[in-house]
Design a protein around this ligand. Structure first.
Ligand code: NA7
Length: 577
């Protein structure tokens, strides 16, 4: 390999179409974040391969009626690209997707993305110290050029997320149904559901958004609930224009509102951590009070809708309109277990058949099978399915034993039940960049470097978090959730607060890794640690400081308005921006 110190800065062009320093799988929130991080560090030699025909990941896939985020968007957005213009506290999917497009356009990301490019498998070539990623081109015209090829890279990043592959339940008779079946993450908007008899299987976070949205248009709607969920009020509202202007012209106020949201959500972790806490009791009482207020005089429904497990065991649903939907004449809550699907509808235990035109599968995702269906083969050809035979696990949720020069975003044990996942993703992107930059530094010298976690560190880290997780409400035996496997092992969720995770990833400890090649000894014995810091999102200032600063800013504006233009005129020009 000839040295080329400018190698990372060169974009991949036609002539080197199959070679890249870094391959990122997925153009969702994580892939976009990783790419921006690379660009900010002057690394342009990367390719994002994306299975679908557009960017946005989960925000492109999920476009079912009522789809929106269950975290406020002022917090569920990149810290480095905060948006003062969110129309609501919980904007809909289309606005979320528009935001991601705006960010991608700002950073000119489209030139790095290959759409309709599906990764089948990737193999580590130990001799060349490169990943060979097999790409299948699925777009029909694109496939006329080459329908499959191998992409070679020094580093491979998985940004496929946890909510990528829909879970289709294997209910007997499902293929017999003669009406329409739609999975929520593959919503078919060419189908008109108005005036139809609709059955919805599932009542998780997705169903809780679909049900109130389709109920007014359905002839009849039956919700098949297997397990009830805890609900908390959402308090969604439009963001008043003067506030949007405040956020736009005083970015500090946007940081502050974000910090408040962060503080509140971090505090909610106590509910998950300590089932006996006052917070947990308060959350439970709040949920039951809301149920009784929104569905008055219906003890029959109260009994069906109150869970028998602690708050936080399953994802807490935030909704203001879910419970009231069950007071509609055209909505039924069915809690008898589903026996089979017939050509006309769904039969429950006891033999009652409900007839439908449309069955909606709000049955979630194959969450515990990380990276499904991509096959990875690491050092000495070891398959990821073998590494993860006892459940997915990684070091800090990012790097995996026997997989050199590979890292994941939103990997095992990095999901949250209480806060914005983007906060976790940003710290992962930063950490991954630190690994990539060492690998590319070797490459710039015409050498190579392989980095993979020391299995002893991975074991120790996972034992520690599993012990902590075992005491949280996630682990309660009365609930099944997408956070854990059928045997109860929690493979998806982080064990603590976001701040704790950010601190964990605020440095790279090179002694966590097995390093081979150029610079290995220097990193392991001399440098030992690289400090990265973290984006501190929680409150930086006290409320009193904030009021003081805002009063000062508004006072300055007042003087300018009165002296320069006249108060009224100044105010008019300010709000008409
Ligand atoms: P979830 O939260 O995994 O919910 C899936 C729902 O489907 C849940 O109510 C399940 O009941 C139900 N389900 C699954 N299989 C069946 C069968 N075979 N029969 C009856 N009911 C079934 O997925 P969501 O899409 O709602 O949410 C996923 C995340 O996406 C969400 O938390 C947000 O972070 C975004 P169960 O409760 O297991 O008894």
């Amino acid at each position: 390999m000839a040295p080329n110190k400018y190698y990372p800065q060169l974009e991949v062009g036609n002539k080197n179409y199959t070679e890249a320093a870094v391959v990122i799988i997925g153009a969702g929130i994580s892939g976009i974040c990783t790419a921006i991080n690379l660009l900010n560090n002057n690394i342009h030699n990367f390719v994002i391969v994306e299975k679908s025909g557009g960017l946005g990941g989960t925000w492109r896939d999920n476009k079912y009626p009522g789809c929106c985020c269950d975290i406020n968007s002022h917090l569920y957005s990149y810290s480095f690209e905060q948006n003062p213009n969110w129309s609501r506290l919980y904007p809909g999917q289309e606005e979320m997707l528009r935001y991601l497009h705006t960010v991608a356009e700002k950073y000119k990301l489209f030139r790095y993305i290959r759409f309709n490019s599906s990764v089948k498998e990737a193999r580590w070539d130990g001799e060349a110290r490169k990943w060979k990623t097999a790409i299948e081109v699925t777009g029909s015209k694109d496939a006329e050029f080459a329908d499959h090829y191998t992409l070679n890279s020094d580093f491979l990043v998985s940004a496929v997320g946890q909510l990528n592959s829909p879970y289709y339940p294997s209910i007997p008779g499902i293929e017999e149904f003669q009406g329409k079946i739609i999975h929520t993450s593959r919503w078919d908007w060419t189908y008109d559901y108005k005036g139809k008899r609709i059955g919805i299987i599932g009542n998780g976070a997705t169903a809780a958004q679909v049900i109130p949205s389709v109920a007014p248009d359905a002839a009849q709607l039956t919700v098949f609930q297997r397990t009830p969920n805890w609900l908390l009020p959402r308090y969604d509202a439009a963001v008043w224009k003067p506030f949007r202007l405040l956020f736009k012209y005083f970015p500090f106020s946007l940081w502050k509102i974000r910090a408040w949201m962060m503080d509140f959500r971090e505090a909610f972790f106590t509910v998950i951590q300590d089932q006996g806490s006052g917070w947990a009791a308060y959350a439970q009482k709040n949920s039951i009070d809301m149920l009784k207020k929104q569905i008055p005089n219906r003890p029959d429904l109260w009994e069906k809708l109150v869970p028998n497990y602690p708050v936080g065991c399953k994802r807490v649903i935030v909704s203001d309109d879910y419970y009231p939907t069950f007071t509609r004449d055209n909505v039924t809550l069915e809690t008898n277990p589903i026996e089979k699907i017939t050509k006309n509808g769904i039969t429950v235990e006891g033999g009652i058949e409900h007839e439908f035109d449309l069955i909606v599968l709000a049955t979630g995702f194959r969450t515990v099978e990380f990276m499904h269906p991509i096959q990875l083969y690491g050092a000495n050809g070891r398959a990821l399915s073998d590494i993860w035979r006892d459940g997915a696990h990684a070091l800090y949720g990012v790097t995996v034993d026997s997989l050199p020069n590979f890292a994941m975003l939103y990997g095992p044990n990095t999901n949250l039940g209480h806060n914005s996942i983007i906060l976790m993703i940003e710290s992962q992107a930063k950490y991954i960049h630190a690994l990539i930059s060492q690998v590319l530094e070797a490459r710039q010298q015409g050498q190579s470097l392989a980095i993979m976690p020391n299995p002893k560190r991975t074991v120790a880290f996972n034992e520690e978090i599993q012990e902590t997780l075992g005491k949280t409400s996630f682990a309660h035996p009365n609930c099944r959730s997408w956070y854990k496997r059928a045997d109860g092992k929690i493979t998806n969720n982080w064990s603590s607060t976001v701040v704790e995770y950010q601190k964990t990833l605020s440095k790279v400890d090179w002694t966590d890794f097995i390093l081979e090649g150029y610079g290995a000894e220097q990193l392991a014995t001399k440098k030992r640690k690289t400090y990265l810091g973290r984006v501190r999102e929680e409150s930086l200032f006290t409320y009193r400081d904030w009021v003081f600063v805002m009063a000062g800013l508004l006072g300055t504006w007042g003087i300018w308005a009165v002296k320069g233009k006249g108060a009224l005129e100044g105010f008019r020009s300010w709000v008409s921006f």
